[in-house]
Design a protein. Sequence first.
Length: 341
Amino acid sequence: MENIFGSTAQECAQIMKALGEPAYRGKQLFEWLYSKKATDFAEMTNLSKSLREKLAENFVLGHGTIVKCQEDPVDHTRKYLIALADGSCIETVLMSYHHGHSLCVSSQVGCSMGCAFCASTRGGKVRDLSAGEILDQIFLVEQDAGVRVANVVIMGIGEPLDNFDNVVKFIGLANEGLGIGQRKITLSTCGLVPQIEALADLDLQINLAISLHAPFQDRREILMPIAKKYSLNALIKVCNNYFTKTKRRITFEYALIDGFNDRPEDINELTALFKGVPCHINLIGLNPVTESVYKGSQNVNFFSDELKKRGLTCTIRRKIGDNIDAACGQLRLKHKENEER
Ligand code: SAH
């Protein structure tokens, strides 16, 4: 049976219509699911008992299960391993800042993009998450931690633009159902050019982040197989179109790798690439992944200072959750390996 959690306001109205009920019942159902956080049809007391029974005959109201939660003793970042209805596991990370709570959600079970430094892609993609399964990560963590999530970053396991429709539906649901404004949502992509174009056409107010990681085509191809399909030139072009259409400044993520992309020529090339482009560069310390040849750079501060000297806007991502495998699919990977042993 279909899970009713994840239905949009319009879908809730259609469900009620199909059951011979007036449209406003759809609104009540929507409120029960997202604002009142019902976990059972029986709780929906402003719907008649027979209607609740009819709903229960046609749908399930299901949520994932938190299998594990690790908290970093120093910065209190919490990493959750969540089991879905089919037994697949995903990760969600809750980060607490002085300005509020941010949640990093997964968009797929595994990932097929194959980036060389990323743990999420080992083992490939199992399947896409539904919009409800992405939203459920916020639902489950808010309940478990007793907090309200203010910001959402779609930077967990998976490539969100490889699951375009469900991710766009999720953004709508987070907005309408949980009251999280589009400007509080960041979508990070490895650079799927046609989907970035399609996203620009939707004219959303979300923040777009692009995983760049190298300013040279050949080096980017070594790190990110997707670069062979969509060149750096095509990516920069579509990003410029995106900015023209949405007026939203793009963030470029850059994980600094020792000797690979932290060289003087990388600084020069980045400067040339982004001169006059309204964007923001976010430098990331590489998180070590087992059996990877890539090591984190020691030059993060130097690199940042040099880019700033050349007029680029640049920040260094605060390293959090280091003690709890918080980065990029490492907890799921370890869990999977333990189960397979
Ligand atoms: N697929 C999307 C979102 C998930 S990855 C994307 O590629 O953007 C989220 C971010 O973490 C990306 O910038 C990704 O390149 C980065 N990342 C992955 N593994 C990493 C690692 N070991 N160290 C640092 N950043 C990493």
